[in-house]
Write a new protein. Sequence first.
Length: 221
Amino acid sequence: MDAALNQLGLPDGIGTVTETIPFGGRNLTLLRPSDGDALLDALLEEDDPSEDDLPFWAELWPSGVALTALLAGRELRGVRTLELGCGLGLVGIAAAAGGAEVLATDWSEQALAFTAANAAANRVRVRTGRVAWADPGPITEAAPWPLVLAADVLYEPRNVPLLLGLLPRLVDAEGEILLADPGRPPSEGFLQGLDDDGGWDREAIATEVPRVTIHRLRRTG
């Protein structure tokens, strides 16, 4: 196996491809595994595969593209920014390209390896950290964050209560959360949970990416 691929933790026989995403008059390049299905098959061949290790991170999801497009029109210079579930790193890299000071987090070590490689390829500085939402000490200790970003993180129902419990610990009334979602079924429970909490203002921002909405969240107190 090529040494660079070995550093990215890919199994033998799975290479990479490069995607190009426009951002604010320039192009961002994104390396991703060439075959997500083969990556999943390799995981399932392990003796005791964990559901937590399913390679959702290995795709370039439309929600990330939509959130990247929104960030292109924002003034981000010097803004301390946290990305949740960074995957391949596109959103955090876009924020960093706009001048933000970014910490990109994910549960998957492979996702963080790709994010670091992609940040280097785009010549931006993005710090990475492995964080579980059930044990988010490193990111709650650094709160409040002025800006929190997340794209397509509501793909499983179990993520809903975790995220509802985490977000109030990340921002104060001055902070902003931008969460992009393609209308996955768990998002309904998430949005209802925000309303039931009563402590959030939320705005739905339409995007040019089919089915993707960006939810802009702010604490009310």
